[in-house]
Design a binder for this molecule. Structure first.
Ligand code: KIV
Length: 266
């Protein structure tokens, strides 16, 4: 019996722009958090290469491998019933030629229950976006600040090259992308791109005019360490919650107050 797909599909996701329904997208890397995000009703979950930083503790997103992202995408894909699940093509898989990109994107769709891939790039990735889409692998593009190119870009900076950003966005849409992430660009420029494109724009540090917004889960719930970029809004302080619970557990164990009779078997 074929599995019934009740998830938001790629065409439904793309159609939300025309229905003027704002799209929320959050990253997830494991089963329980993906299940909670899905229960919250976010329209899309991204298995982002940000896991290299927020889960694996690296200084940038370059370190996560294809096998690692597939493993995490399997965990997320198993949990999600409703949201559209998108998986990042990790560095440098989309730069190895169209055939390699299809092989790797194909592995992601075959081995996980995820529905689409995301890749960083616009005009220079048009042939890859076209090839993946033709192979039945839906693609979300990602322009503006491209964290996988941090060394070329010289850091995590707001991207202001209007001509290039317009060209990249148009090229991604023309090549068949069904959506596009706009990262760290001025709000007025994101507004212009959003009005220019037929596909939804998903902003992160790109202002309110985008068709949707994406945040990294650990930033949103207050579990990341150190400095937060200006565009992050923390909706909770989960680090404090875990710190407090673990500290009280430690104190109880030291004092012999845990386990109590109610936690013990007769
Ligand atoms: O990897 C990621 O989490 C991302 C988002 C920041 C869009 O690409």
């Amino acid at each position: 019996m074929p599995e019934r797909i009740a998830r938001i599909t790629v065409p439904e996701f793309a159609g939300m722009k025309h229905q003027r329904r704002k799209i929320s997208m959050v990253t997830a890397y494991d089963y329980p958090t993906a299940a909670v995000l899905d229960a919250a009703g976010v329209e899309s979950i991204l298995v982002g290469d940000s896991m290299s930083m927020v889960v694996q503790g690296h200084e940038n997103t370059l370190h996560v491998t294809l096998d690692e992202i597939i493993y995490h995408a399997e965990l997320v894909g198993r949990a999600v019933q409703h949201a559209l699940v998108v998986v990042d093509l990790p560095f440098p898989t989309n730069h190895l030629g169209v055939h390699k990109a299809i092989e790797y994107g194909g592995r992601i769709l075959k081995q996980t229950r995820c529905q689409a891939v995301k890749l960083e790039g616009g005009a220079e990735q048009a042939d890859v976006i076209r090839g993946l889409t033709a192979a039945g692998i839906p693609v979300m593009a990602h322009v503006g600040l491209r964290p996988q190119s941090v060394h070329v870009m010289g850091g995590y900076k707001v991207q202001r090259d209007e001509e290039r950003l317009l060209e990249d966005s148009r090229a991604a849409e023309d090549a068949g992308a069904f959506g596009i992430v706009l990262e760290c660009i001025p709000a007025a420029l994101a507004d212009k791109i959003t009005n220019m494109l037929r596909i939804p724009t998903i902003g992160i540090g790109a202002g309110a005019a985008c068709d949707g917004q994406v945040l990294v889960l650990h930033d949103l719930i207050g579990l990341s360490e150190g400095h937060s970029p200006k565009f992050v809004k923390r909706y909770a302080d989960v680090r404090s919650v875990i710190l407090d619970a673990a500290t009280r557990f430690r104190d109880d164990v030291r004092a012999g107050a845990f386990p109590g009779p109610e936690h013990s078997y007769k």
